[in-house]
Design a protein around this ligand. Structure first.
Ligand code: MGD
Ligand code: MGD
Ligand code: SF4
Ligand code: MO
Length: 680
């Protein structure tokens, strides 16, 4: 019998689409969007429509113990009892030698469910293991947003349909946030203009009225030059600035200094293009900037995001329905994860390590205590972390014991000592908030666990019990945890929800900051007050990226980005054979001038290299990138490269100011025809 069920996409994507899945017995038949959801309205992406490829593709069926050398892929099936006993024995051994901080649980975004995602945190906190600073994606942009706006909310993206000038700034929405596109279509039918600001002509840029191919890491310069034009052409709203911001003469002088002529060589854009954009912005009734993560994945990322948020403040565009800016929606939701993560158990002196520097921590001989055990849940750091070649070297350490809880044989699982089989979102219950829209959704388990798969919540609780922790949260099952989460936030139990979601959209006045911005003075801050003295005191272009270093640039003259790819989600789906066929081998997008200067032709094998690694890719010569820039769309595995290294072997993991994080799109490389290198 075919049955139909409501659920939510669990993936790390701003959509958090409401789904309708059809099943027959234990089989998933298909996945579609739920048209009743107020934001996602039945739209979903092609990859999740093909979720059967994961659900019924090759899965981890049972616990697996490594047999051959690390990374050889040779494992033998063992029972859950044996697997859990082995983990507990290792923890006991390591704790008695090094203390609990030698154990490092690591997780990220395989599922975004509130109950499942961060389940290992409560064990970390209870046992005093090393804590993880969650930096890999969002904190750089969040810091930039908070510096000015003070609270992570904004006008709902549904208001894009009420805008007359839409700027998608550093977001490849046609691939990474498909739900925006129907709202944008509606606005365009009413005459709105769509501008895309992105270093390359990605899928979204192809749909735009105007694509501005900005130099990576130069967005603050563009934002400031636009402000200069708005100021000199009297398009600023002085009443608004007085009432709602800390704008003063010093800020005005700074804007006067930042002319389009100053910004042109930094941004790679013509003076006339900058002026035109500023004029469109100033003339628009309700300009809406949807800020993505792109410009934040640079050493100067937070500064760039802050500068962009100054624009709607200068003109007062925040006030207008359909106007303002949006980065993310997190602060609209009540605090939800305390029962799951148990932050009150944190020992304040326990070690906290930046996850984006995992390779460093695993290979730094001076780290005391060393990481002797890595427990990975819900993540694939051997591929998704920057400087991933170093992560791989760390995972190959003979004295490291690595446990990976996974659905599929990921790059990280292949390097593990012990693999545990994980359920998919169809097999466990959870609650999902979103970072791109404002609903909290509930999804029940629909299918029984695949073979011996267990969910994160159950694995964590079972380990805790075996380690002797009797605390209540380790006794709750998933359903009880769901109810605890709701109770702690004073929300009704799910049986009383009228829909499978609750709506937390802030009222229009709050969303538009008409009642004040998030800082205690209620104002927007043009002065960013970074928690680091080394950062610029005023909105400014901050030249601290890799390509701002003459030494890097002279040896590795090409900027190199690794933006998200259409058919995968980070590395999720990357192992699926049909996806791999669709994508083909890793392509290096290279401008014809750069190709000609290196005698590289379309389809040639090229070596892309810097001090960290050299990877072989297939040259794709195209004016979709500007001269001096090359890129490879991400989501490839080590097995996709002859070097058997992940793409992120080429991205650096230097700490990013002021809070750590990963500057994925801020790299320098050189490229040579592969045969040329071999003859050297
Ligand atoms: N299909 C697909 N969807 C995804 C993902 C995926 O991997 N694939 N990943 C998911 C996750 S975890 C996240 S966080 C989001 C991220 O989604 P986005 O915010 O769209 O992703 P970014 O990595 O920020 O890259 C967005 C764009 O920024 C551009 N960019 C890079 N540097 C700069 C710059 O300096 N300035 C400007 N203006 N643009 C720049 C890149 O070229 C890219 O086109 O997407 C989610 N959705
Ligand atoms: N080159 C490059 N690298 C990037 C980025 C980029 O743009 N370019 N983007 C970065 C960003 S924005 C992010 S957020 C990170 C994400 O980094 P990760 O969170 O490591 O993302 P994935 O690589 O998709 O790995 C998630 C893994 O979790 C597994 N999984 C799914 N559900 C469950 C579950 O319920 N339980 C368990 N135990 N496992 C589960 C999946 O099978 C998958 O292998 O990647 C970053 N890496
Ligand atoms: S990956 Fe994103 S767009 Fe695709 S179904 Fe999930 S939430 Fe929706
Ligand atoms: Mo992300």
């Amino acid at each position: 019998m075919v049955t139909e069920h409501h659920t939510t996409c669990p993936l790390d994507c701003p959509g958090s689409c409401a789904l309708i899945v059809r099943c027959e017995g234990d089989q998933l038949l298909d996945v579609a969007g739920n048209p009743a959801h107020p934001f996602t309205r039945g739209v979903i992406c092609g990859k999740v429509a093909r979720y059967r490829d994961i659900q019924h593709g090759p899965r981890i069926d049972t616990p697996l113990l490594r047999q051959g050398p690390k990374g050889s892929g040779q494992f033998t099936a063992i029972s859950w009892d044996e697997a859990l006993d082995r983990i507990v024995d290792q923890i006991d051994r390591i704790r008695s030698t090094w203390g609990p901080e030698a154990v490092f649980p690591y997780y990220y975004g395989g599922t975004m469910g509130i109950v499942q995602r961060a389940a290992c945190d409560r064990l970390t906190h209870r046992a005093g293991f090393t804590r993880m600073q969650k930096t890999i994606c969002y904190p750089i942009s969040e810091t930039g947003w908070l510096a000015g706006v003070g609270r992570v909310i904004g006008p709902s993206a549904t208001e894009l349909r009420d805008s007359d000038l839409i700027i998608l700034w550093g977001i490849n929405a046609a691939s990474t946030h498909i739900n925006l596109m129907p709202f944008i279509k509606e606005a365009r039918q009413q005459g709105a203009r769509l501008i895309v600001i992105d270093p390359y002509r990605n899928r979204t840029a192809r749909l735009a009225d105007v694509h501005l191919a900005i130099q990576p890491g130069s967005d603050a310069a563009l934002a400031l030059a636009m402000m200069h034009v708005l100021l000199t052409e009297h398009r600023i709203d002085r009443d608004y600035l007085r009432q709602y911001s800390d704008y003063d003469d010093t800020i005005e002088q700074q804007i006067r200094r930042c002319t389009p002529e100053w910004a042109a060589p930094i941004t790679g854009l013509d003076v006339t293009a900058i002026e035109q954009l500023a004029r469109w912005y100033g003339a628009a009734r309700a300009p809406f900037i949807r800020i993505g993560m792109g410009m934040s994945r640079h050493a100067n990322g937070a500064v760039n995001v802050h500068a962009i948020t100054c624009l709607p403040t200068l003109t007062g565009a925040w006030r207008q329905r359909g106007g303002g800016a949006l980065l993310a929606t997190g602060d609209a939701f009540p605090a939800l994860d305390a029962p799951v993560r148990q932050p009150s158990w944190i020992r304040p002196d326990s070690r906290l390590l930046d996850m984006s520097r995992l390779g460093h921590w695993l290979t730094d001989a001076s780290l005391t205590p060393p990481i002797a055990m890595l427990m990975v849940f819900n993540a694939n750091p051997a591929a998704s972390c920057p400087d991933a070649g170093r992560v791989v070297r760390g995972l190959q350490r003979p004295d490291l014991f690595t446990v990976v809880h996974e659905q599929v044989m990921s790059d990280s699982a292949r390097l593990a000592d012990l693999i545990l089989p994980a359920t998919t979102f169809l097999e466990h219950e959870d609650l999902y908030k979103s970072y791109g829209q404002y609903t909290l959704q509930h999804a029940k388990a629909i299918l029984p666990p695949w073979r011996q798969a267990r969910c994160n919540h159950d694995v964590v609780n079972e380990l805790a019990r075996r380690l002797g922790y009797q605390d209540e949260p380790f006794q709750w099952d998933v359903a009880a945890m769901v109810q605890q989460v709701l109770q702690s936030a004073h929300l009704p139990p799910t049986e009383n929800w009228p829909d499978p979601w609750l709506d937390f959209t802030p009222d229009e006045d709050r969303a538009h900051f008409r009642t004040g911005f998030g800082h205690t003075d209620g104002r927007f801050h043009f002065y960013p007050h970074w928690p680091s003295d080394s950062m610029p005191r005023l909105p400014d272009h901050w030249p601290v990226n890799q390509r701002d270093r003459p030494q890097q640039r002279s040896r590795y003259p090409l900027a190199f980005m690794v933006p998200p790819a259409h058919d995968v989600l980070n590395t999720t789906f990357s192992h699926v054979s049909t996806t791999r066929q669709r994508r083909g081998p890793p392509a290096l997008w290279l401008h014809p001038d750069d190709a000609a200067a290196r005698a590289i032709e379309e389809g040639m094998q090229v070596a892309v290299y810097n001090d960290q690694a050299s990877l072989t890719m297939t040259a794709h010569i195209t004016t979709d990138v500007t001269a001096g820039l090359c890129l490879c769309e991400a989501g490839y595995n080590a097995e996709d490269f002859p070097e058997r290294l992940p793409l992120n072997a080429l991205t650096h993991a230097e700490p990013v100011a002021p809070v750590g994080g990963a500057a994925f799109h801020d790299n320098c490389v050189e490229v040579r025809a592969a045969s040329f290198l071999q003859t050297l």
